[in-house]
Design a protein around this ligand. Structure first.
Ligand SMILES: C[S@@+](CC[C@H](N)C(=O)[O-])C[C@H]1O[C@@H](n2cnc3c(N)ncnc32)[C@H](O)[C@@H]1O
Length: 301
């Protein structure tokens, strides 16, 4: 049993805004592409909607299922383990050809952050893995132990805007020539030892961006999103809406670019991305970087 099994459930981000803007109707058909621990899904089910929940992480699905069953809301809930990149096939598998609403709440849950086997937290000593989906072949340790210095620097810069990407990539290559990386702590300690003393004015740990970039690379997060969003648009009924919560600039840019390219089939519901209220960010620190964009399907052209 994992320590994380007893953890409190992930607090859903901007749940009031999502529910309001998706205009949940009783008996409507909704797809939660990032089921996680079912925080958003539960709110849709409570309003009488039918939900297909998708997640790449089997353990997370298990927790969501139990939670939904305990609340007596299992009747209108279906789930599938899969990648939202394959949204069409997944929807087809359960006979969904059109949906009233589709949600993406990107990234990982607080539960996953604590799960040892995932190795996405630099705050705990874990195997340097980072695969949310254990059927993927390449771990974060594989990347830092094998990629060239230039490629590592590119990943840190492109996926996380890391200012010291070259410095960190160089240090990683020097270190691994002596000893290969195996754990999160080995990597975060190395990054901390070569980062400038006043890194980001002490606001974040120097390894934050490197870890984020590796997680994005290992899980192909941006490619998955880029491929999935147009598929979601095709599944929407006229008047149906899709909501996307992103947590870093590259994700948000991907969503914004998609919104532009999907005109005139999709209208912007949110001219500018919505951000959480002050009270939400005070209560749930993880919500601080969230941005919510909502689109509405105009027609089937
Ligand atoms: C922020 S959590 C969702 C939390 C959920 N809304 C809740 O309130 O409990 C993001 C979830 O998306 C899943 N995920 C990330 N990328 C995915 C992908 N490409 N396909 C399916 N699920 C994915 C993660 O495993 C994680 O459980």
């Amino acid at each position: 049993m994992n320590n994380a099994d007893n953890m409190a459930y992930h607090i859903p981000v901007m749940v009031r805004e999502v529910i309001e803007l998706l205009m949940i109707k009783p008996d409507g058909i909704y797809i939660d592409c990032t089921l996680g621990e079912g925080g958003h899904t539960l709110e849709i089910l409570r309003r009488g909607g039918n939900v297909l929940g998708i997640d790449v992480d089997e353990n997370t699905i298990k927790r969501a299922k139990e939670r939904i069953k305990t609340e007596g809301l299992g009747e209108k809930f279906t789930f599938l383990k899969g990648n939202f990149r394959d949204l069409n096939q997944l929807a087809q598998q359960v006979g969904i050809s059109q949906a009233d609403g589709i949600l993406y709440d990107l990234g990982y849950s607080s539960y996953q952050l604590g799960v040892e086997e995932l190795g996405i937290s630099f705050l705990q000593d874990q195997a340097l893995d980072m695969r949310l989906d254990k059927s993927l072949g390449v771990t974060a340790a594989d990347l830092v132990n094998a990629l060239g210095e230039k490629e590592l620097a590119r990943i840190f810069y492109e996926f996380s805007d890391e200012k010291y990407s070259k410095r960190f990539a160089k240090a990683i290559v020097q270190h691994r020539n002596l000893k290969k990386f195996q754990t999160t702590t080995e990597l975060s300690d190395l990054i901390a030892s070569v980062a400038p003393l006043n890194y980001e004015h002490g606001r974040i740990h120097p390894a934050t961006r490197v870890f984020q970039a590796l997680r994005i690379a290992v899980n192909s997060e941006i490619d998955n999103l880029r491929e999935s969003l147009p598929r979601a648009e095709k599944l929407l009924l006229p008047g149906g809406r899709m909501a996307v919560i992103s947590f870093h600039s590259l994700e948000d840019k991907t969503v914004k670019d998609f919104g532009r390219s999907a005109r005139p089939n999709l209208n912007l519901v949110t001219e500018k991305p919505l951000v959480p209220s002050q009270s939400e960010t005070e209560e749930n620190i993880r919500s601080r970087s969230a941005k919510l964009r909502v689109f509405e399907k105009v027609s089937n052209v």
